[in-house]
Design a protein around this ligand. Structure first.
Ligand code: MOS
Length: 731
């Protein structure tokens, strides 16, 4: 189905199932521990051996010698694979660094070998007997030191120019020129990278944990130099990905190589301490923002430059893109720069670009509002734009101002002290902060197959993934709505490369695009069912397990009485993205308390207001938004991969050293969804919220802390030593 004109009225608009707060249909499997995750799939293939991955002990250089004799002779060991005996390996389009290193080393903990044994313990013990000698080379590990060597990013990671920024800025009444720093971040998902690989002749099956099945299939094939049709990938349950699992990692490739070497299925999980340096991370950014405004607070000139580092051929963290869209102003300039750093590979992490970009922009806007003597909500409203600045292109929907107004009203924004450090409750300084949120709503082709059997059960098959987001549930809701059946009559099967290729889970496109693909397949199934029952599909209503035309009605199940009906289609988007800028919008409000004596920060309340098209399931959508807010609070106050600048690795590479919020850190959190449908986005009229929640919240926390203390910290995370010395004098 081509989607090139805005959707009219369609069966989804009935909202009998779609749009209802629905419990996750996979919930019982999850809470009973029976949802099969990759490493636990003991049943899929017999005789599984265990692999243990060895990571490089240096960040850059060469392996001069690797001795596997002692390891190979250790008890239970079945084989050892290194680059020397693995055969020629390719590099997939989606990976920057090789997944098995040798002789060159590109980053610390890059895999150099896998030991395969009868048990995990034997594999681990033997791994300690592998002797690797390195010749260390000098690497670059400090962003500030190489920042000036940065070159502009390419493609969507570059920048834009409109008007004349230099002149506009020079002529402005009010000016801000500040630099902000966001450190490297880790996905730190619950489920580590894990895979089981088995060969049958030249056919490979990999049970893994991956957000994008078709990309994984291609990448495994490219890396192993085998045809993609010889690779099957299954990933039905995923314990978090956050962008880290958009791409295959060492576990998938080494399980396959190990299985080939020992002639048995091999299972591999990266240990927690390997996760942080072996896989990708969100690159640190240094961001310079300049804003020039007139005395009335109207922005005339705005520039945002972002510097980040990556391995050669890696992209920058595209942190300036939101600044091209969020506020008005005729003279504008944005640019991302990337320098070579020899740290582990930088890549997508939840809302790549906007998440760190808004942590800088929305603090700069807070600073500018103060300079203009305006309330920060009012300042943002005054600088709203209904078309993309510098272009004629309208937004498909833009309720940014509505998000700000409603949030301010619901949060009790009028209680904020305009003067920083002016509110105190006992030993605590009290501050309120606000920030805007914006995140794209990309459209990706998505396919699905639906089956109807003689029991009236509708089965959906698509290679879409559920990374903890609720895909199973919204897909079931879509099929139930389209076919006029209850959720109990729908079965959803996901995450298998033998199913039609979907949009996958990424860039918050998954919900809208994958359900739109199911919609397309259901339109075909409705036609087939109506025809089988002797009805004209255009006149038929599908409701209550029946197909009705006027006063005639027949059981839906009867359409499949002779044989199962199968329909397959995809949604293909074209044209509307060029006409309309599709973005989701939001506002974040935060109350922070800062201990007047110690500087300790406690966030007390958070509210997000989101405008993100039709909300397919308010319950799972809310969970997505509060999950994003939790991550954003972590980024504001805790998260930081600390770089060892001598040896080039992330020092705090486990969950003891890499701090993320725990339950006690997260206060009462409210989410409000504005009533919105976006007919340009898909027949579902939805847009996606998986990443909107992390966008802006970090800055709202920072702005609340500033409002409490009067000390502006521009270097994340805001830990207490950064503002302690500047806190108000104690009486
Ligand atoms: Mo997202 S960072 O595209 O999984």
């Amino acid at each position: 189905m081509k989607f090139d004109t805005p959707a009219g009225k369609n069966p989804i608009d009935q909202l009998k199932v779609v749009g209802k707060p629905t419990d996750r249909i996979d919930g019982p499997l999850k809470v009973t521990g029976t949802a099969p995750y990759a490493y636990e799939r003991h049943d899929v293939v017999p005789n599984q051996a265990y692999g243990y991955v060895i990571g490089s002990g240096v960040a850059k250089g060469k392996i001069s010698a690797i001795n596997t004799r002692a390891a190979s002779a250790a008890p239970g060991v079945l084989g050892v694979v290194t680059a020397q005996n693995a055969g020629p390996l390719g590099l997939s389009f989606f990976n920057t660094a090789k997944l098995l290193a040798g002789p060159d080393i590109q980053h610390y903990h890059q895999a150099v070998a896998i030991v395969i044994a009868e048990t995990f313990e034997q594999a681990r013990a033997a791994a300690s007997l592998v002797q690797v000698k390195y010749v260390r080379a000098k690497g670059a590990y400090n962003l500030e030191a190489v920042r000036d060597q940065g070159v502009p990013g390419t493609g969507r990671h570059t920048g834009t120019k409109f008007g004349d920024f230099d002149n506009g800025f020079a002529a402005a009444d009010l000016k801000l020129d500040q630099t902000y720093h966001v450190p490297d971040h880790a996905h730190a998902m619950m489920e580590p990278f894990a895979s089981i690989a088995a060969w049958e002749g030249d056919k490979l099956t990999v049970w893994t944990s991956n957000q994008m099945i078709a990309w994984a299939q291609q990448s495994i094939a490219q890396t192993l130099n085998i045809p993609a049709e010889n690779v099957r990938v299954e990933s039905p349950y995923i314990g978090g990905g956050f962008g880290g699992k958009l791409f295959i990692r060492a576990d998938a490739v080494l399980a396959a190589l190990g299985a080939k070497a020992v002639g048995r299925p091999v299972k591999v999980a990266l240990t927690r301490p390997m996760m942080f340096n072996n896989s990708t991370h969100r690159p640190a950014t240094t961001q310079r923002i300049r804003v020039g405004a007139a005395k009335d607070g109207r922005i005339g000139a705005i520039a945002h430059e972002g510097w980040s580092g990556n391995l050669p051929k890696g992209d920058p963290e595209g942190c300036v893109s939101q600044t091209e869209l969020l506020y008005a102003g005729a003279d504008r300039f944005t640019q991302n720069y990337v320098s070579v750093l020899d740290l582990p590979e930088g890549n997508a992490m939840r809302a790549p670009g906007e998440a760190p970009g808004l942590m800088a922009l929305e603090v700069a806007i807070d600073e500018m509002a103060e300079a203009a003597g305006l309330d920060p909500v009012e300042f943002r409203i005054r600088n709203d734009t209904q078309t993309v600045p510098g272009k004629d292109k309208p937004f498909s929907q833009r309720q940014f101002v509505e998000c700000l107004r409603l949030g301010a009203e619901r949060f009790g924004w009028d209680k904020r002290g305009a003067k920083p450090a002016s509110r105190r409750e006992g030993a605590w300084l009290v501050g309120l902060g606000v920030a805007g949120a914006i995140r794209g709503a990309p459209l990706m082709k998505s396919g699905a197959r639906v089956r109807l059997n003689s029991a009236g059960v509708v089965t959906v098959e698509t290679d879409m993934t559920d990374i903890g987001t609720g895909s199973y549930t919204i897909i079931a809701q879509t099929a139930a709505e389209m076919m006029g059946v209850g959720l109990d009559k729908v079965v959803v099967r996901l995450g298998d490369s033998t199913f039609p290729v979907s949009a996958g889970s990424g860039g918050q496109w998954g919900a809208n695009c994958s359900t739109a693909g199911v919609y397309a397949a259901c339109v075909k199934l409705r036609e087939a069912a109506a025809q089988a029952l002797g009805f004209n599909a255009n006149d038929a209503e599908f409701v209550g397990g029946e197909v009705r035309v006027g006063r005639r009605k027949k059981k839906l199940a009867d359409a499949a009485k002779q044989s199962e009906l199968v329909a397959e289609d995809s949604i293909e988007f074209s044209g509307l993205q060029d006409k309309y800028e599709m973005q989701t919008f939001g506002s974040h409000f935060v109350e922070a308390h800062v201990h007047a004596y110690t500087g300790e920060i406690r966030v007390k309340r958070m509210l997000a207001v989101c405008a993100a098209g039709r909300i397919l399931n308010p319950k799972s959508a809310r969970s997505q938004v509060i999950g994003g807010m939790t991550m954003g609070l972590g980024a504001a106050l805790m998260e930081e991969l600390v770089v060892d600048e001598r040896y080039g690795f992330f020092v705090n590479h486990d969950l003891a050293g890499y701090e993320v919020p725990v339950h006690a850190d997260i206060p009462h959190t409210d989410v409000i969804f504005l009533d919105e449908v976006d007919p340009t986005a898909s027949p579902m009229k939805a847009k996606g919220v998986g990443e909107l929640g992390i966008c802006g919240i970090g800055a709202a926390v920072a702005n609340a802390v500033y409002n409490a203390t009067g000390v502006r910290v521009r270097q994340y995370p805001i830990t207490l030593e950064k503002h302690l010395a500047g806190l108000p004098e104690l009486a």
